[in-house]
Structure formats: structure tokens, C-alpha cells
Design a protein around this ligand. Structure first.
Ligand code: CA
Length: 218
């Protein structure tokens, strides 16, 4: 739990402990990165506004170390913060003020998603020059390993499961994020953008007004 406002940090930690999680608190950017490396958490709840360096920089640094689900907290419904957050590898976000019940629910959904994806994983999937090892959650393009966040990985696996087929954004949102109401399709766009940046712009085709398709490179 990374947050400099002690009251919020303590309430979130208390709620998550009730849910059965072991929780550590960090109150600034540098401490968050150091604690992350020391205690290897399964998930990070991360506030954007922090002393030292901000939550976006924390997210960049920890995701470069090791892919981990990140639930980002934003102070206001600021779309810029949100889109930047998703671009640096946050998997989900909550806008303050939020209820502890909502926070706990999002944490469970995120963890379940990662666990389910790992359990359902056939050993390997190869589409064109993209090679995916689902058990280890690793990806290579043209023999070069590419580091993806948990959500980027799940999105790629979904697209790769039906190469060339156009998958509507609402469906991706429901299948990858577990969001049934169809709002938040910008989240899908941000993650597609990140995948293109990391794996190559030619990999995913945009079908305007509909969704995305994974192209198979010869
Ligand atoms: Ca803060």
C-alpha cells in the first residue's frame, strides 16, 4: 500500500488485513520501490500523488523489475492521470474518495484474474513471430523477450487466442478486465497502445468503431 496520507494508508491496510492479506505500507516513491524489491508483493495499491517521486514513476520502476498487478488511486477523475497510469502499467484504478468495500472488491478481482490466467494456461502459444509461454507468463517477438505487465499479457493472450478475428472493445473489457458494463473502453485502447509500443506497431490492427485484431506476421 503506497500512500503518504497516513489515514488513508492505515484504513486500506486495515481493510485488506481483515480480508486475509499481509500488507506493508510505504509513504513515498523511493521507499515504495525499495519495499517492493524487499518484500515481493503479489499486488500493489498505489497512490499517484506522493513525495519523492510520484506513483507513475513508482509504477514504471516496479513494472520494469517484475510484472505485478497494480491498482492505482487517483485524487480526482482526471483523465490524463488515468491514461498515463494505464500507459505505465497500472491494471486498474480507483478515484478518491472510494469505499473500502470497493477497494477490497477490486483487489480480489485483479488477483483472481492473474491466478485464473495462470491456471488455465496451456504451455505455449505461437502466433506468427510472437511466442507466448503462459505458464511462465513470458513473451518473445522474433526471438527477443518483451516484458509485459499482467494486464498487457492477458490482453495479448486473448487476442492471440483468435488471431485475425476482430474482438470488440466491450468484449475485451469483459473478458480481460471482468467489467461487464462496457464503460471504460479507453482502458482497452491504452493497453493496446502499450502492447504496440512494446511488441511493434504492426502487431495489432484497429477496426474503427469496433475493436482490435491480432495480425499474423508471415
Ligand atoms: Ca497521496
Amino acid at each position: 500500500m503506497v500512500e503518504d496520507e497516513r489515514t488513508i494508508a492505515e484504513s486500506v491496510a486495515a481493510r485488506l488485513r481483515v480480508e486475509g492479506f499481509a500488507v506493508e505500507i510505504a509513504g513515498d516513491g523511493p521507499t515504495a520501490v525499495a519495499r517492493f524489491r524487499a518484500c515481493q508483493p503479489d499486488l500493489v495499491v498505489l497512490d499517484v500523488m506522493l513525495p519523492g517521486f510520484d506513483g507513475l514513476e513508482v509504477c514504471r520502476r516496479i513494472q520494469a523489475d517484475r510484472p505485478v498487478p497494480v491498482l492505482m488511486l487517483t485524487a480526482r477523475d482526471d483523465e490524463t492521470d488515468l491514461l498515463v497510469g494505464l500507459a505505465v502499467g497500472a491494471d486498474d484504478y480507483l478515484t478518491k474518495p472510494f469505499s473500502m468495500r470497493e477497494l477490497a472488491a477490486r483487489v480480489h478481482v485483479l488477483l483472481r484474474r492473474v491466478e485464473r490466467a495462470a491456471a488455465a494456461a496451456p504451455a505455449a502459444l505461437t502466433v506468427g513471430d510472437v511466442e507466448i509461454n503462459q505458464a511462465e507468463r513470458r513473451v518473445w517477438r522474433d526471438g527477443v523477450e518483451v516484458r509485459l505487465t499482467p494486464t498487457e499479457f492477458d490482453l495479448l493472450v486473448h487476442l492471440a487466442g483468435r488471431p485475425r478475428a476482430v474482438l470488440p472493445r466491450e468484449r475485451l473489457l469483459a473478458d480481460v478486465w471482468g467489467w461487464a458494463d462496457g464503460s471504460g473502453t479507453r482502458t482497452v485502447d491504452s493497453h493496446v497502445k502499450a502492447l504496440r509500443r512494446k511488441l511493434g506497431a504492426d502487431l495489432i490492427r484497429t477496426v474503427h468503431g469496433v475493436g482490435y485484431a491480432l495480425e499474423v506476421q508471415p
